[in-house]
Write a protein that binds this ligand. Structure first.
Ligand SMILES: Nc1ncnc2c1ncn2[C@@H]1O[C@H](COP(=O)(O)OP(=O)(O)OP(=O)(O)O)[C@@H](O)[C@H]1O
Ligand SMILES: [Mg+2]
Length: 589
């Protein structure tokens, strides 16, 4: 499907027809509550339409015939009719609000589910705040559409034509006088819709930008403060806010212009009715009751027109938001599951890279080029090499975070492209350079938020790794704040090892931490890591000499290629890239 927006954040165009179809599809399965709402709407509208007619009867019939009983009866009917209008309007609003919230909930759920299925490349190119804005504020902008406009617009259109019908049946001449005011209203409406589309789109876009900017600065608070960027940060926020305010102001002032220009027509309408109608009344062709009824309708007639402006505003706002939401929902997953996947419950033979080439974007340079190597079951491959060489990229491919443009990654001879993402990742365990911790206790994090994992499994893992002492110091019941900011780097390294051990994966992928910790902790971590890696199929991005030396096979990755491979001893004997790297990087340790 072609995207809604020409560029990522959209040019100033709303695709009404296309967006309408998608929005209507959200309402269609909820036809029952919609039908009930329409029922309430019809009753409430008929009741308010009847009010002026009943009053006309009171003046022209009851007062003229001097019947007190008749007057009292008519007033009782008037009271009943108005009460019915109020009560049914209340039911209608409650029903609509429920409907709106229900749709928003569904949209948010499907947006988040879709986000969770998107490949990491999407998150590489889309700032977090922009995504948050789509899930929160764009869906919020649709509330007005479903909870008000979608149904109420029928009330307002219906009331409008209903009033004209009643008026025409009572006095066609006066009705024609009223109708003469409609062309200017129509022109004003068309102008309003035309002019306000761009500012409404701009508001949505700037809302996303603001939220993106805010998230980014809040996440980098330490850097902002350390480099004294507070003032500059404030300035940029103020600049964005001002632009948003200006766009919003443009949109809203257009609505006000429209409102005011229609408003000036109201006294004109009343004057016309009283002037011409009054003259006819003096001539005897119009009754006083009819005049009163027309004047009451003038007032009621403008209410639907104003509502219609609000509806038009809501439609523009929510269609702008809607097409951004659908655009995200239509973002294709670059990494998908095959229709008939092969399932592997365990690993019998090992992993193999066969002529793998990867680029992160069609116009980006190759990050990996014809990479081939094998990691037989139970053996350890160590990836070493210069920064930016492609080590992390190799690991990302193993997890099927990205798909290679050429070549294949095989687990027990089965290509990962033939397996589901869930299956591939169930076989893998990841120990990251810097572990991401979620809010909760340390224990929760070690279980990866899976409550079905017993505490004992975590304690066994800690014991097996020989990390009891340090874990006691960390305190497993301690509450972790966002991103684990209240834990030290070394502590997080320890937790990351324990987490992998709890998971006990068939293949372990370890991106060894580069940041150093004190010598004592370093020894503890190193020992724990050796225990974790023992007899396990593993791919390690190694920075420590010991990890490299114990590897069965070392791969030197340079500029996206495997420049050299072999055991530590073989590679040293060869005197190539590895031996140079070894002398530079490891000889000191
Ligand atoms: N998500 C990404 N999007 C675009 N380019 C990327 C991405 N990740 C890495 N690259 C590029 O791909 C190349 C290989 O990066 P990679 O992270 O694999 O290197 P590395 O060997 O892990 O480096 P280091 O030792 O510094 O961690 C680099 O040129 C990098 O700029
Ligand atoms: Mg890396």
């Amino acid at each position: 499907m072609e995207p809604y927006l020409e560029d990522e954040e959209g040019a100033g165009r709303i695709h009404y027809r296309k967006t309408f179809r998608r929005l209507a599809a959200l309402l269609a399965p909820r036809w029952r509550p919609v039908a009930v709402a329409f029922l309430f709407l019809v009753v409430a509208s008929l009741a308010s339409l009847a009010g002026p007619v009943v009053l006309r009867h009171a003046i022209d019939v009851d007062l003229a015939s001097k019947s007190v009983r008749g007057l009292l009866t008519t007033l009782a009917v008037f009271f009943l009719v108005n009460s019915a209008s109020v009560v049914f309007t209340y039911f209608l609003r409650v029903r609509l609000e429920t409907l709106g919230q229900d749709i928003l909930l569904e949209l948010k759920k499907s947006l988040f589910a879709h986000l969770l299925s998107l490949g990491l490349d999407y998150f590489d190119r889309t700032p977090v705040g922009r995504i948050t804005a789509r899930v929160e504020s764009d869906t919020g902008a649709l509330r007005g559409l479903f909870a008000e406009t979608a149904v109420l617009i029928f009330r307002d259109v219906g009331m409008f034509f209903g009033m004209f019908a009643v008026m025409a049946s009572v006095h066609p001449g006066l009705t024609l006088v009223m109708a003469s005011l409609l062309p200017p209203v129509a022109v004003a409406s068309v102008l309003f819709v035309r002019k306000s589309a761009a500012p409404f789109l701009a508001v949505r876009k700037l809302t996303a930008e603001l939220s993106g900017y805010l998230t980014e600065r809040l996440q980098g608070m330490a850097v902002v403060q350390a480099f004294n960027r507070q003032e500059d940060s404030c300035g940029r926020l103020a600049g964005l806010s001002r632009r948003k305010f200006e766009a919003e102001f443009r949109a809203e002032s257009l609505a006000v212009y429209f409102f005011v220009s229609v408003l000036t027509l109201e006294p004109v309408a009343i004057s016309l009715v009283l002037g011409l109608g009054g003259k006819w009344a003096l001539q005897g062709s119009v009754t006083v009751g009819t005049l009163v009824m027309f004047i009451l309708y003038v007032d009621q007639l403008f209410a639907p027109i104003f509502h219609l402006t609000e509806h038009l505003g809501t439609i523009q706002r929510s269609f702008a938001a809607g097409q951004r939401i659908f655009d995200l929902l239509d973002t294709a997953c670059t990494v998908t599951d095959p229709p008939a996947p092969r399932y592997l419950s365990r690993v019998e033979h090992g992993v193999e890279f066969r002529g793998v080439s990867l680029r992160y974007a069609p116009d980006a340079p190759w990050a990996l080029r014809e990479v081939s190597f094998a990691v037989p079951k139970g053996s350890r491959a160590a990836l070493v090499g210069e920064t930016g060489g492609g080590k992390t990229s190799i690991v990302s491919l193993l997890f099927k975070f990205y798909l290679p443009q050429e070549g294949d990654i095989l687990i027990d001879g089965v290509s990962v492209s033939q397996m589901t993402q869930a299956n591939v990742r169930r076989l893998m365990g990841l120990v990251q350079q810097d572990i991401y911790l979620f809010p909760g206790t340390v224990m929760d994090n070690l279980k990866l938020m899976d409550r079905s994992v017993p505490d004992d499994r975590v304690r066994d893992a800690i014991r097996a790794l020989g990390l009891e002492a340090i874990c006691r110091r960390i305190d497993l019941d301690r509450t972790v704040i966002e991103r684990g900011a209240n834990l030290s780097v070394g502590e997080k390294q320890v937790l990351s090892l324990v987490r992998a051990m709890v998971l006990d994966p068939a293949i372990l992928v370890l991106d060894e931490a580069t940041s150093s910790v004190d010598p004592h902790t370093e020894r503890t971590i190193q020992a724990a890591m050796e225990r974790l890696l023992e007899d396990r199929t593993s791919v390690v991005i190694a920075h420590r000499l010991s990890t490299v030396r114990h590897a069965d096979r070392i791969l030197v990755v340079r500029q996206g290629r495997v420049a050299e491979s072999g055991s530590h001893a073989e590679l040293l004997r060869k005197g190539g890239a590895y031996s140079k790297l070894y002398k530079l990087q490891f000889s000191g340790s």
